[in-house]
Design a protein around this ligand. Structure first.
Ligand SMILES: Nc1ncnc2c1ncn2[C@@H]1O[C@H](COP(=O)(O)OP(=O)(O)OP(=O)(O)O)[C@@H](O)[C@H]1O
Length: 232
């Protein structure tokens, strides 16, 4: 489903002509199968966001290959990536990234509008999904009228509305208290088990790693396997 082969990434820093290359990811290989939850655990600065940005096409690797759903996306341009992301990925963020001026319903509806789905169909799909994440009674609320856990449910619903096969999550429970964190992790596990969605999660948090089939550790740009079930 997601395969990364000998991936390296360096950032150029400093003034033009006298730049330094800072290696951030060093020869990383990993494989995640369909329907698995994989987590990348590592300290601040270890390179987690860089890896997520490479897998989602926001930056291009210095070396190595990225193959997603049997497609070699390594040298995709921005136009190819934009379509690929809309067709295959959903995103969840630590800070939810909901649009404050839109209601729950409208936030979840937005990706369908971008895809050109008609209004009646949008309404049906959004209400079904809000029901499944337990938010059908909050459809008309704005983000600032919701708790952190409810906001993260809205963002999960928004990620799911285009029926992606892969969800990429950046610290999905990082802003939540431990009880709400458990609720959100249960929801992720349920979506994974019932719908076979593949999750790729970057996190500091060991609790997230516990719901994962594959757990990788990233330290100073070097990836190692953690947990008993990992096969690369
Ligand atoms: N655009 C950039 N230009 C130069 N260096 C960068 C850039 N983005 C990240 N870095 C550096 O790459 C290293 C890894 O950063 P990255 O954001 O991937 O780490 P992280 O594990 O996600 O950290 P955190 O958990 O704090 O978000 C850091 O040393 C950072 O300073």
């Amino acid at each position: 489903m997601i395969e990364v082969k000998n991936l390296s990434h360096s950032f150029k820093v400093g003034k033009k002509g006298v730049e330094n290359e800072i290696p951030v990811l060093k020869n990383i290989s990993l494989k995640i199968n369909k329907g698995e939850i994989a987590s990348i655990v590592g300290r601040s600065g270890s390179g987690k966001s860089t890896l997520l940005n490479l897998i989602s096409g926001y930056i291009s690797p210095t070396a190595g290959e990225i193959i997603i759903k049997d497609t070699n996306v390594t040298s995709y341009n921005e136009k190819n990536w934009a379509k690929f992301r809309l067709d295959h990925f959903g995103f969840i963020f630590q800070s939810f990234q909901l649009i404050p001026s839109l209601t729950t319903f409208e936030n979840v509806e937005l990706p369908l509008t971008l895809k050109g789905i008609d209004q009646a169909e949008r309404k049906k799909q959004v209400m079904e999904l809000l029901e499944s994440v337990g938010l059908h009674n909050h459809a008309e609320h704005y983000p600032n009228e919701l708790s952190g856990g409810q906001q993260q449910r809205v963002s999960i619903a928004r990620a799911l509305i285009t029926k992606p096969s892969i969800i990429l999550a950046d610290e999905p429970t990082g802003s939540l208290d431990s009880e709400t964190e458990k609720e959100i992790l249960d929801l992720i596990k349920q979506l994974n088990e019932e719908q076979g969605i593949t999750f790729f999660i970057i996190t500091h948090d060991d609790e997230v790693a516990k719901i994962s089939n594959h757990q990788f550790h990233l330290q100073d740009g070097v990836l190692s396997k953690g947990g008993a079930f990992v096969e690369v």
